[in-house]
Design a protein around this ligand. Structure first.
Ligand code: SAM
Length: 360
């Protein structure tokens, strides 16, 4: 496996900021395809206590892997300042991610700082390992909801995927704690990889049917450069819907809001809903309104980017909020990404940024 692996740091190219154009009224910037900026994902750490085979394989992220040093990370103050400026451009939702965001020390403090920005929907994606301990404090700090990743219900499959001997029960306890704390509805993300956990699709659907949790199936994607992605490993969402629907009849329902990435389906017997995220077989670039800030403050305009813009430099060079606002406008106005629509076996081999660094 190691012969197709690249040193991760090599992929983190920065590019110069595009020329700043005219600034428009707050909330009105859009990119070259007419897409506004609405969601900001912020990676708060590049570290994780799991080694999921499709995301941070041990062969690459081993004991000698050099994670970012503390001084390289954006501070909570820097993150909050960026969030405030992004908000002036129309960002409505912030998702904290990583790596495993709950590994970042005192994360509740950051949540409390971000929660002070009026009108922001504040959420977090986690592997759930520390959630039982932290759910209440996160809720008290102002977090609204959580998404928990869980790829199987049986330990052998789950442990083979997380490659950290982490048991299912502890994640389920985290989900229960989040629900009890009011971080609801809890969304549960299951990445489906053919031949690895497809036998878990029905048990997962049955387990969460009749609860308030929303289970979402994600197509295995060619993020980063280390997960050895092949189209043959992808189970198209349509196949998942057919499989579940044959046992537990389903019908499609409307999105909660324009541009929602998951397609929603509900059980015909009224016992809840599921979602599918068809990032490979039905690309949704056309409605993508997401920007991403990496752990060290690089701005990426696509999950599949090969380079980003160094906003930490702007913050640490003493630029004003107006300068940063103009820089965001310049980047976003030049944005033309639509990777998932043009994906081929060849593009899948590009040196894309790892998801653990850019934020899932
Ligand atoms: N550690 C947190 C977690 O486990 O949710 C947040 C970061 S993780 C990178 C975010 C999400 O990305 C998880 O749901 C994970 O399963 C998903 N993910 C990672 N690699 C993926 C891939 N190659 N294809 C599809 N989803 C992937």
């Amino acid at each position: 496996m190691t012969d197709r692996v690249i040193a991760i740091a090599e992929g983190r190219h920065t590019k110069p900021l595009p020329k700043v154009g005219s600034l428009g009224a707050p909330g009105t910037i859009s990119d070259t395809l007419g897409r506004p900026i609405r969601d900001l994902r912020i990676s708060v750490t590049d570290r994780c206590n799991f080694r999921c085979i499709y995301c941070m394989p041990k062969e690459v992220f081993g004991a000698d892997y050099e994670f970012l040093a503390r001084s390289q990370l954006l501070s909570f103050e820097e993150i909050t300042r960026l969030a405030r400026v992004f908000k002036t451009h129309g960002v409505e939702k912030i998702r904290l991610t990583g790596g495993e965001p709950l590994l970042r020390k005192d994360l509740e403090r950051l949540v409390a700082m971000l929660a002070e920005i009026p009108g922001l929907d504040l959420t977090l994606t986690t592997n759930g390992s520390l959630l039982a301990k932290k759910a209440r404090a996160l809720k008290d700090a102002g977090l609204r909801r959580v998404t928990v990743s869980l790829d199987a219900l049986d330990d052998p499959t789950f442990m083979a995927m997380n490659d950290a001997d982490f048991p299912v029960d502890k994640v389920l306890a985290g989900i229960a704690a989040a629900d009890a704390a009011g971080l609801a509805p809890v969304k549960i993300n299951m990445v489906v990889k053919r031949g690895v956990n497809e036998h878990s699709i029905l048990p997962m659907a049955r387990r969460f049917k009749g609860t308030d949790h929303v289970l979402r199936f994600i197509e295995f994607m060619d993020v980063g450069a280390t997960n050895g992605w092949r189209m043959d490993d992808v189970i198209p969402s349509r196949e998942i819907i057919d499989l579940i629907g044959a046992q537990m009849p389903l019908e499609p329902i409307d999105p909660n809001y324009p541009g929602e990435v998951a397609q929603r389906w509900r059980y015909r017997d009224g016992t809840g809903e599921i979602g599918v995220i068809s990032s490979v077989t039905q690309a949704f670039c056309r409605s993508c309104t997401r920007a991403r800030i990496s752990t060290e403050g690089m701005l990426y305009t696509c999950l599949f980017a090969t380079s980003g813009y160094d906003f930490r430099a702007l913050l640490r060079e003493g630029k004003s909020d107006a300068d940063i606002r103009a820089a965001i406008a310049a980047v976003w106005s030049a944005r033309d990404d639509r990777y998932s629509e043009i994906r081929t076996a060849e593009t899948a081999k590009q040196r894309k940024i790892e998801m653990s660094y850019i934020g899932g």
